[in-house]
Design a protein around this ligand. Structure first.
Ligand SMILES: Cc1cc2nc3c(=O)[nH]c(=O)nc-3n(C[C@H](O)[C@H](O)[C@H](O)COP(=O)(O)OP(=O)(O)OC[C@H]3O[C@@H](n4cnc5c(N)ncnc54)[C@H](O)[C@@H]3O)c2cc1C
Length: 423
Protein backbone atom coordinates (compact mmCIF):
# COMPACT_ATOMS: atom_id res chain seq x y z
CA UNK A 1 0.00 0.00 0.00
CA UNK A 2 1.12 3.55 -0.71
CA UNK A 3 1.38 5.89 2.31
CA UNK A 4 1.15 9.61 2.93
CA UNK A 5 3.10 10.87 5.98
CA UNK A 6 1.17 13.47 7.96
CA UNK A 7 3.42 16.27 9.21
CA UNK A 8 3.64 16.55 13.03
CA UNK A 9 1.59 19.44 14.38
CA UNK A 10 0.62 21.05 17.67
CA UNK A 11 -2.95 20.32 18.70
CA UNK A 12 -4.71 22.61 21.20
CA UNK A 13 -5.72 21.04 24.54
CA UNK A 14 -9.31 22.24 24.85
CA UNK A 15 -10.47 20.28 27.93
CA UNK A 16 -8.90 18.90 31.12
CA UNK A 17 -11.53 16.98 33.05
CA UNK A 18 -12.02 14.04 35.39
CA UNK A 19 -13.90 11.75 33.01
CA UNK A 20 -14.30 11.65 29.23
CA UNK A 21 -16.98 9.33 27.83
CA UNK A 22 -16.65 8.47 24.13
CA UNK A 23 -20.02 7.55 22.63
CA UNK A 24 -23.49 8.70 23.69
CA UNK A 25 -25.39 5.43 23.16
CA UNK A 26 -27.31 3.69 25.98
CA UNK A 27 -24.08 2.78 27.79
CA UNK A 28 -22.29 6.10 27.26
CA UNK A 29 -25.13 8.39 28.22
CA UNK A 30 -25.67 6.43 31.44
CA UNK A 31 -21.93 6.47 32.13
CA UNK A 32 -21.81 10.25 31.72
CA UNK A 33 -24.86 10.86 33.94
CA UNK A 34 -23.49 8.53 36.60
CA UNK A 35 -19.96 10.03 36.51
CA UNK A 36 -21.30 13.57 36.81
CA UNK A 37 -23.69 12.61 39.62
CA UNK A 38 -20.73 11.05 41.43
CA UNK A 39 -19.05 14.47 41.33
CA UNK A 40 -16.75 14.17 38.30
CA UNK A 41 -16.26 16.94 35.77
CA UNK A 42 -17.46 14.97 32.75
CA UNK A 43 -17.41 15.45 28.97
CA UNK A 44 -19.51 13.23 26.69
CA UNK A 45 -18.34 13.01 23.07
CA UNK A 46 -20.85 11.92 20.40
CA UNK A 47 -20.64 11.92 16.61
CA UNK A 48 -24.37 12.53 16.02
CA UNK A 49 -26.46 15.57 17.01
CA UNK A 50 -28.31 13.71 19.77
CA UNK A 51 -27.85 10.89 22.26
CA UNK A 52 -29.17 7.33 22.21
CA UNK A 53 -26.81 5.53 19.79
CA UNK A 54 -28.51 2.47 18.32
CA UNK A 55 -31.78 3.40 20.08
CA UNK A 56 -32.10 6.64 18.11
CA UNK A 57 -29.48 6.83 15.35
CA UNK A 58 -30.39 3.29 14.24
CA UNK A 59 -34.05 3.54 15.32
CA UNK A 60 -33.93 0.47 17.57
CA UNK A 61 -37.10 1.50 19.34
CA UNK A 62 -37.43 -1.33 21.82
CA UNK A 63 -35.59 -1.40 25.12
CA UNK A 64 -35.35 -4.78 26.82
CA UNK A 65 -34.00 -6.37 29.94
CA UNK A 66 -35.54 -5.26 33.26
CA UNK A 67 -36.45 -8.85 34.10
CA UNK A 68 -36.41 -12.31 32.54
CA UNK A 69 -38.96 -12.30 29.71
CA UNK A 70 -40.15 -15.76 30.74
CA UNK A 71 -41.75 -15.92 34.19
CA UNK A 72 -39.55 -17.96 36.51
CA UNK A 73 -42.39 -18.55 38.93
CA UNK A 74 -46.02 -18.36 37.69
CA UNK A 75 -47.05 -16.52 40.89
CA UNK A 76 -44.45 -13.74 41.00
CA UNK A 77 -43.16 -13.82 37.41
CA UNK A 78 -39.43 -13.02 37.40
CA UNK A 79 -37.62 -10.53 39.61
CA UNK A 80 -36.86 -7.05 38.29
CA UNK A 81 -33.07 -7.04 38.34
CA UNK A 82 -32.31 -3.65 36.77
CA UNK A 83 -33.28 -0.33 38.35
CA UNK A 84 -31.12 2.81 38.58
CA UNK A 85 -30.83 5.10 35.53
CA UNK A 86 -32.58 2.63 33.17
CA UNK A 87 -35.67 2.63 35.40
CA UNK A 88 -35.50 6.42 35.71
CA UNK A 89 -35.49 6.82 31.90
CA UNK A 90 -38.52 4.55 31.43
CA UNK A 91 -40.49 6.30 34.18
CA UNK A 92 -39.70 9.70 32.64
CA UNK A 93 -40.80 8.41 29.23
CA UNK A 94 -44.03 7.11 30.78
CA UNK A 95 -44.71 10.55 32.33
CA UNK A 96 -44.30 12.13 28.84
CA UNK A 97 -46.46 9.53 27.09
CA UNK A 98 -43.30 8.20 25.44
CA UNK A 99 -43.91 4.45 25.68
CA UNK A 100 -45.42 2.32 22.90
CA UNK A 101 -46.24 -1.37 22.69
CA UNK A 102 -43.33 -3.77 22.66
CA UNK A 103 -43.63 -6.70 20.21
CA UNK A 104 -42.29 -9.19 22.78
CA UNK A 105 -44.76 -11.42 24.62
CA UNK A 106 -44.35 -10.71 28.31
CA UNK A 107 -46.16 -10.55 31.66
CA UNK A 108 -47.74 -7.13 32.29
CA UNK A 109 -46.65 -4.86 35.15
CA UNK A 110 -47.92 -1.38 36.15
CA UNK A 111 -44.67 0.44 35.18
CA UNK A 112 -43.89 1.85 38.60
CA UNK A 113 -40.59 1.71 40.51
CA UNK A 114 -39.73 -1.99 40.96
CA UNK A 115 -42.69 -2.94 38.73
CA UNK A 116 -41.32 -2.63 35.20
CA UNK A 117 -41.96 -5.00 32.31
CA UNK A 118 -39.31 -6.97 30.47
CA UNK A 119 -39.47 -4.65 27.45
CA UNK A 120 -40.83 -1.28 26.29
CA UNK A 121 -41.22 0.33 22.88
CA UNK A 122 -39.76 3.82 23.22
CA UNK A 123 -40.70 7.02 21.42
CA UNK A 124 -37.24 7.70 19.99
CA UNK A 125 -37.73 11.51 19.89
CA UNK A 126 -38.73 11.56 23.56
CA UNK A 127 -35.82 9.24 24.35
CA UNK A 128 -33.45 11.80 22.77
CA UNK A 129 -35.01 14.57 24.87
CA UNK A 130 -35.14 12.70 28.19
CA UNK A 131 -31.57 11.39 28.03
CA UNK A 132 -30.11 14.73 26.91
CA UNK A 133 -31.94 16.53 29.72
CA UNK A 134 -30.71 14.00 32.27
CA UNK A 135 -27.12 14.60 31.10
CA UNK A 136 -27.49 18.38 31.20
CA UNK A 137 -29.22 18.30 34.61
CA UNK A 138 -26.40 16.12 35.98
CA UNK A 139 -23.84 18.70 34.79
CA UNK A 140 -22.36 16.70 31.90
CA UNK A 141 -20.75 18.76 29.14
CA UNK A 142 -22.29 17.21 26.04
CA UNK A 143 -20.12 17.67 22.94
CA UNK A 144 -22.11 16.65 19.87
CA UNK A 145 -20.99 16.46 16.23
CA UNK A 146 -17.58 15.40 17.49
CA UNK A 147 -15.64 12.38 16.29
CA UNK A 148 -13.16 10.46 18.44
CA UNK A 149 -10.01 9.99 16.32
CA UNK A 150 -7.27 8.67 18.55
CA UNK A 151 -6.22 7.89 22.11
CA UNK A 152 -3.46 9.77 23.91
CA UNK A 153 -1.45 7.04 25.62
CA UNK A 154 1.69 7.29 27.78
CA UNK A 155 3.35 4.17 29.19
CA UNK A 156 0.20 2.10 28.61
CA UNK A 157 -2.00 4.65 30.40
CA UNK A 158 -4.73 6.49 28.49
CA UNK A 159 -4.36 10.19 29.32
CA UNK A 160 -6.99 11.56 26.96
CA UNK A 161 -8.36 11.61 23.44
CA UNK A 162 -7.92 13.37 20.12
CA UNK A 163 -11.17 14.47 18.50
CA UNK A 164 -12.21 16.30 15.35
CA UNK A 165 -15.19 18.59 14.85
CA UNK A 166 -15.99 21.84 13.06
CA UNK A 167 -13.29 23.54 15.15
CA UNK A 168 -10.64 21.13 13.87
CA UNK A 169 -8.47 18.65 15.73
CA UNK A 170 -8.29 18.96 19.52
CA UNK A 171 -6.77 17.12 22.47
CA UNK A 172 -8.78 16.51 25.63
CA UNK A 173 -7.23 15.14 28.81
CA UNK A 174 -8.93 13.19 31.58
CA UNK A 175 -8.28 11.15 34.72
CA UNK A 176 -10.21 8.25 33.19
CA UNK A 177 -11.62 7.69 29.68
CA UNK A 178 -14.66 5.47 29.18
CA UNK A 179 -14.93 3.72 25.83
CA UNK A 180 -18.67 3.55 25.11
CA UNK A 181 -18.27 3.72 21.32
CA UNK A 182 -19.85 0.27 20.90
CA UNK A 183 -17.04 -0.62 18.50
CA UNK A 184 -14.25 -0.26 21.11
CA UNK A 185 -12.68 2.50 19.02
CA UNK A 186 -10.77 3.94 21.98
CA UNK A 187 -9.49 0.59 23.25
CA UNK A 188 -8.37 -0.43 19.75
CA UNK A 189 -6.52 2.86 19.20
CA UNK A 190 -4.99 2.70 22.68
CA UNK A 191 -3.51 -0.74 22.01
CA UNK A 192 -5.75 -2.74 24.35
CA UNK A 193 -6.14 -6.37 23.25
CA UNK A 194 -9.46 -7.12 21.56
CA UNK A 195 -11.05 -9.74 19.36
CA UNK A 196 -13.46 -9.22 16.53
CA UNK A 197 -16.25 -11.16 14.96
CA UNK A 198 -15.83 -10.83 11.23
CA UNK A 199 -18.06 -11.70 8.29
CA UNK A 200 -16.75 -15.25 7.89
CA UNK A 201 -17.86 -16.43 11.31
CA UNK A 202 -21.17 -18.27 11.41
CA UNK A 203 -22.14 -17.83 15.04
CA UNK A 204 -22.57 -14.10 15.32
CA UNK A 205 -25.40 -11.61 15.05
CA UNK A 206 -25.94 -9.83 11.76
CA UNK A 207 -26.60 -6.15 11.19
CA UNK A 208 -29.95 -4.75 10.16
CA UNK A 209 -31.59 -1.53 9.01
CA UNK A 210 -34.65 -0.55 11.03
CA UNK A 211 -37.28 1.77 9.52
CA UNK A 212 -40.53 3.45 10.45
CA UNK A 213 -43.83 3.02 8.66
CA UNK A 214 -47.04 4.99 9.00
CA UNK A 215 -50.23 2.93 8.95
CA UNK A 216 -52.86 3.78 6.32
CA UNK A 217 -56.52 2.73 6.57
CA UNK A 218 -55.73 -0.69 8.05
CA UNK A 219 -53.26 -2.31 10.39
CA UNK A 220 -52.26 -5.87 11.25
CA UNK A 221 -54.16 -7.34 14.20
CA UNK A 222 -52.56 -7.10 17.67
CA UNK A 223 -49.26 -5.27 18.24
CA UNK A 224 -47.13 -4.83 15.13
CA UNK A 225 -43.33 -4.51 15.59
CA UNK A 226 -42.53 -1.53 17.90
CA UNK A 227 -46.03 -0.13 17.85
CA UNK A 228 -46.83 3.55 18.42
CA UNK A 229 -50.48 3.57 17.34
CA UNK A 230 -50.35 5.54 14.08
CA UNK A 231 -46.91 4.23 13.16
CA UNK A 232 -44.50 1.40 13.92
CA UNK A 233 -40.78 0.73 13.72
CA UNK A 234 -40.00 -2.51 11.89
CA UNK A 235 -36.94 -4.74 11.49
CA UNK A 236 -35.83 -4.18 7.88
CA UNK A 237 -33.16 -5.51 5.50
CA UNK A 238 -30.42 -7.55 7.15
CA UNK A 239 -26.94 -7.29 5.70
CA UNK A 240 -25.57 -10.68 6.58
CA UNK A 241 -22.66 -10.44 8.99
CA UNK A 242 -20.20 -7.70 8.05
CA UNK A 243 -17.20 -6.18 9.78
CA UNK A 244 -18.69 -2.80 10.64
CA UNK A 245 -15.42 -1.63 12.20
CA UNK A 246 -14.09 -1.47 8.63
CA UNK A 247 -15.06 1.83 6.99
CA UNK A 248 -15.37 0.49 3.45
CA UNK A 249 -17.38 -2.54 4.50
CA UNK A 250 -19.73 -0.50 6.66
CA UNK A 251 -20.43 1.91 3.82
CA UNK A 252 -21.02 -0.90 1.34
CA UNK A 253 -23.42 -2.62 3.75
CA UNK A 254 -25.26 0.64 4.41
CA UNK A 255 -25.70 1.19 0.64
CA UNK A 256 -26.89 -2.39 0.16
CA UNK A 257 -29.42 -2.27 3.02
CA UNK A 258 -30.83 1.10 1.93
CA UNK A 259 -31.38 -0.12 -1.62
CA UNK A 260 -33.46 -3.01 -0.26
CA UNK A 261 -35.88 -1.00 1.90
CA UNK A 262 -38.80 -0.83 -0.54
CA UNK A 263 -38.39 -4.46 -1.56
CA UNK A 264 -38.46 -5.38 2.14
CA UNK A 265 -41.56 -3.26 2.70
CA UNK A 266 -43.33 -4.79 -0.31
CA UNK A 267 -42.71 -8.25 1.18
CA UNK A 268 -44.24 -7.08 4.48
CA UNK A 269 -47.26 -5.69 2.61
CA UNK A 270 -47.69 -9.04 0.88
CA UNK A 271 -47.58 -10.84 4.22
CA UNK A 272 -49.92 -8.30 5.88
CA UNK A 273 -52.49 -7.02 3.31
CA UNK A 274 -53.65 -4.48 5.96
CA UNK A 275 -50.46 -2.56 5.13
CA UNK A 276 -51.56 -1.95 1.51
CA UNK A 277 -51.72 1.84 1.91
CA UNK A 278 -49.13 2.14 4.71
CA UNK A 279 -45.87 3.89 3.76
CA UNK A 280 -42.25 4.14 4.78
CA UNK A 281 -41.71 7.47 6.55
CA UNK A 282 -38.25 7.26 8.11
CA UNK A 283 -34.96 5.44 7.79
CA UNK A 284 -32.33 6.22 10.45
CA UNK A 285 -28.87 7.71 9.77
CA UNK A 286 -27.06 4.48 10.62
CA UNK A 287 -27.55 0.79 9.87
CA UNK A 288 -28.12 -1.11 13.14
CA UNK A 289 -24.75 -2.60 14.11
CA UNK A 290 -25.09 -5.49 16.52
CA UNK A 291 -21.46 -6.40 17.16
CA UNK A 292 -17.91 -5.57 16.15
CA UNK A 293 -14.93 -5.56 18.53
CA UNK A 294 -14.84 -7.03 22.04
CA UNK A 295 -12.13 -5.94 24.48
CA UNK A 296 -10.10 -8.52 26.44
CA UNK A 297 -10.86 -7.69 30.04
CA UNK A 298 -9.62 -8.91 33.38
CA UNK A 299 -12.48 -11.42 33.19
CA UNK A 300 -14.35 -12.77 30.15
CA UNK A 301 -17.99 -13.68 30.82
CA UNK A 302 -18.86 -17.14 29.55
CA UNK A 303 -21.87 -19.04 28.25
CA UNK A 304 -21.87 -21.08 31.49
CA UNK A 305 -21.97 -17.89 33.59
CA UNK A 306 -25.10 -16.77 31.78
CA UNK A 307 -26.79 -20.18 31.67
CA UNK A 308 -26.02 -21.14 35.27
CA UNK A 309 -26.72 -17.71 36.79
CA UNK A 310 -23.20 -16.96 38.06
CA UNK A 311 -22.81 -14.65 41.06
CA UNK A 312 -19.58 -12.64 41.42
CA UNK A 313 -18.18 -10.70 44.38
CA UNK A 314 -17.48 -7.77 42.04
CA UNK A 315 -21.00 -7.64 40.52
CA UNK A 316 -21.89 -4.24 39.04
CA UNK A 317 -24.99 -5.15 36.99
CA UNK A 318 -27.30 -8.09 36.32
CA UNK A 319 -28.64 -9.51 33.06
CA UNK A 320 -31.80 -11.65 32.88
CA UNK A 321 -32.08 -11.78 29.07
CA UNK A 322 -32.26 -14.76 26.74
CA UNK A 323 -29.34 -15.82 24.52
CA UNK A 324 -31.01 -14.93 21.27
CA UNK A 325 -29.23 -16.62 18.39
CA UNK A 326 -26.21 -18.78 19.19
CA UNK A 327 -28.06 -22.05 19.82
CA UNK A 328 -30.36 -21.60 16.83
CA UNK A 329 -33.31 -20.80 19.12
CA UNK A 330 -34.05 -18.20 21.80
CA UNK A 331 -32.49 -19.77 24.91
CA UNK A 332 -34.25 -18.32 27.93
CA UNK A 333 -32.40 -18.33 31.23
CA UNK A 334 -33.78 -20.60 33.95
CA UNK A 335 -33.10 -18.03 36.68
CA UNK A 336 -33.67 -14.34 37.48
CA UNK A 337 -30.32 -13.16 36.09
CA UNK A 338 -26.55 -13.58 36.26
CA UNK A 339 -24.00 -11.08 37.55
CA UNK A 340 -21.79 -8.97 35.34
CA UNK A 341 -18.47 -8.49 37.15
CA UNK A 342 -16.56 -5.20 37.22
CA UNK A 343 -13.50 -6.99 35.75
CA UNK A 344 -15.30 -7.29 32.37
CA UNK A 345 -15.06 -3.48 32.10
CA UNK A 346 -11.33 -3.32 32.89
CA UNK A 347 -9.14 -3.88 29.81
CA UNK A 348 -6.00 -5.95 30.03
CA UNK A 349 -2.70 -4.13 29.56
CA UNK A 350 -4.03 -0.54 29.36
CA UNK A 351 -4.78 1.70 32.35
CA UNK A 352 -6.79 4.92 32.57
CA UNK A 353 -9.54 3.26 30.52
CA UNK A 354 -12.87 1.57 31.27
CA UNK A 355 -15.11 -0.19 28.75
CA UNK A 356 -18.89 0.20 28.77
CA UNK A 357 -21.54 -1.24 26.47
CA UNK A 358 -21.68 -3.96 23.88
CA UNK A 359 -17.88 -4.30 23.56
CA UNK A 360 -17.17 -5.47 27.14
CA UNK A 361 -15.24 -8.68 27.70
CA UNK A 362 -17.81 -11.41 27.09
CA UNK A 363 -18.20 -14.57 25.01
CA UNK A 364 -20.65 -14.59 22.14
CA UNK A 365 -23.41 -16.38 24.10
CA UNK A 366 -23.37 -14.11 27.17
CA UNK A 367 -22.99 -11.04 24.93
CA UNK A 368 -26.18 -12.06 23.10
CA UNK A 369 -27.95 -11.79 26.45
CA UNK A 370 -26.57 -8.62 28.07
CA UNK A 371 -26.48 -6.62 24.81
CA UNK A 372 -30.09 -5.56 25.53
CA UNK A 373 -30.28 -1.83 26.11
CA UNK A 374 -31.50 -1.90 29.70
CA UNK A 375 -28.42 -3.95 30.61
CA UNK A 376 -26.18 -1.65 28.55
CA UNK A 377 -27.47 1.29 30.58
CA UNK A 378 -26.80 -0.58 33.83
CA UNK A 379 -23.24 -1.38 32.75
CA UNK A 380 -22.71 2.25 31.71
CA UNK A 381 -24.01 3.49 35.04
CA UNK A 382 -21.44 1.34 36.84
CA UNK A 383 -18.59 2.44 34.55
CA UNK A 384 -19.43 6.10 35.12
CA UNK A 385 -19.44 5.85 38.90
CA UNK A 386 -16.24 3.80 38.81
CA UNK A 387 -14.46 6.30 36.56
CA UNK A 388 -15.48 9.21 38.78
CA UNK A 389 -14.22 7.43 41.89
CA UNK A 390 -10.92 6.51 40.19
CA UNK A 391 -10.38 10.06 38.94
CA UNK A 392 -11.07 11.52 42.38
CA UNK A 393 -8.81 9.08 44.24
CA UNK A 394 -6.19 9.05 41.43
CA UNK A 395 -6.43 5.27 41.34
CA UNK A 396 -6.14 3.06 38.25
CA UNK A 397 -9.48 1.39 37.36
CA UNK A 398 -8.00 -2.10 37.99
CA UNK A 399 -7.07 -1.03 41.54
CA UNK A 400 -10.49 0.41 42.47
CA UNK A 401 -12.01 -0.81 45.72
CA UNK A 402 -15.07 -2.51 44.18
CA UNK A 403 -16.91 -2.75 47.51
CA UNK A 404 -16.93 1.08 47.61
CA UNK A 405 -18.19 1.19 44.02
CA UNK A 406 -20.99 -1.24 44.87
CA UNK A 407 -21.93 0.86 47.89
CA UNK A 408 -22.09 3.95 45.67
CA UNK A 409 -24.22 2.13 43.06
CA UNK A 410 -26.66 0.89 45.69
CA UNK A 411 -26.98 4.49 46.97
CA UNK A 412 -27.80 5.51 43.36
CA UNK A 413 -30.67 2.99 43.34
CA UNK A 414 -28.90 0.24 41.39
CA UNK A 415 -30.01 -3.36 41.93
CA UNK A 416 -27.12 -5.64 42.90
CA UNK A 417 -29.13 -8.23 44.91
CA UNK A 418 -27.01 -7.43 47.93
CA UNK A 419 -29.54 -7.84 50.78
CA UNK A 420 -32.08 -9.51 48.46
CA UNK A 421 -34.05 -6.46 47.34
CA UNK A 422 -34.99 -7.81 43.87
CA UNK A 423 -38.68 -8.63 43.79
C1 LIG B 1 -30.84 -4.26 14.55
C2 LIG B 1 -30.72 -4.30 16.04
C3 LIG B 1 -31.77 -4.76 16.81
C4 LIG B 1 -31.67 -4.76 18.21
N1 LIG B 1 -32.76 -5.14 18.96
C5 LIG B 1 -32.76 -4.84 20.29
C6 LIG B 1 -33.97 -4.94 21.05
O1 LIG B 1 -35.04 -5.33 20.55
N2 LIG B 1 -33.93 -4.57 22.35
C7 LIG B 1 -32.77 -4.16 22.97
O2 LIG B 1 -32.79 -3.84 24.16
N3 LIG B 1 -31.60 -4.11 22.28
C8 LIG B 1 -31.58 -4.40 20.96
N4 LIG B 1 -30.42 -4.30 20.23
C9 LIG B 1 -29.13 -4.15 20.94
C10 LIG B 1 -28.83 -2.76 21.45
O3 LIG B 1 -29.40 -1.77 20.63
C11 LIG B 1 -27.31 -2.53 21.54
O4 LIG B 1 -26.68 -3.65 22.13
C12 LIG B 1 -26.99 -1.29 22.35
O5 LIG B 1 -27.54 -0.13 21.73
C13 LIG B 1 -25.49 -1.10 22.54
O6 LIG B 1 -25.30 0.07 23.30
P1 LIG B 1 -23.89 0.80 23.32
O7 LIG B 1 -24.10 2.08 24.06
O8 LIG B 1 -22.86 -0.14 23.77
O9 LIG B 1 -23.54 1.09 21.78
P2 LIG B 1 -24.28 1.90 20.64
O10 LIG B 1 -25.75 1.89 20.80
O11 LIG B 1 -23.69 1.37 19.38
O12 LIG B 1 -23.77 3.40 20.87
C14 LIG B 1 -22.45 3.81 20.57
C15 LIG B 1 -22.42 5.33 20.46
O13 LIG B 1 -21.08 5.77 20.23
C16 LIG B 1 -21.06 6.71 19.17
N5 LIG B 1 -19.75 6.59 18.51
C17 LIG B 1 -19.21 5.46 17.99
N6 LIG B 1 -17.97 5.71 17.53
C18 LIG B 1 -17.74 7.03 17.74
C19 LIG B 1 -16.62 7.87 17.47
N7 LIG B 1 -15.51 7.40 16.88
N8 LIG B 1 -16.71 9.19 17.82
C20 LIG B 1 -17.83 9.66 18.42
N9 LIG B 1 -18.93 8.90 18.70
C21 LIG B 1 -18.87 7.59 18.37
C22 LIG B 1 -22.22 6.30 18.28
O14 LIG B 1 -22.66 7.36 17.47
C23 LIG B 1 -23.26 5.87 19.32
O15 LIG B 1 -24.02 6.95 19.77
C24 LIG B 1 -30.48 -4.30 18.84
C25 LIG B 1 -29.41 -3.85 18.06
C26 LIG B 1 -29.53 -3.84 16.69
C27 LIG B 1 -28.39 -3.29 15.87
Amino acid sequence: MEYHVEPARKVPVTRKVDVIVVGGGPAGLAAAISAARTGAKTVLIEQFGYLGGTATASLMACINGFRNQRPIDPERGAAQVVRGIAQEIVLKLKAMGGLGKSPYSQKEYPTEPGQLEYSYAIDTEKFKFVTLKMCVDAGVEVLLHTWFCDAIVEDNVVRGVLVENKSGRQAMLAGVVIDASGDADVAARAGAPFWQTKHDEQKRLNDQLMYRIEFGSGRPKGGFACDFGSNAVVWGPATGPINAADGDELSKAEVGARLKVYEDFAAKQKEHPELADARVVETPPLLGIRQTRFVEGEYKLTAEDAIQGARFDDVIAISPCAIIHFYGYRRYLEHDGYDIPYRCLVPKKIDGLLIAGRCISSQQQSYESHRAMVNMIAIGEAAGAAAAMCAEAKVAPRKLDVARLQQRLIEQGVELRRGGSAS
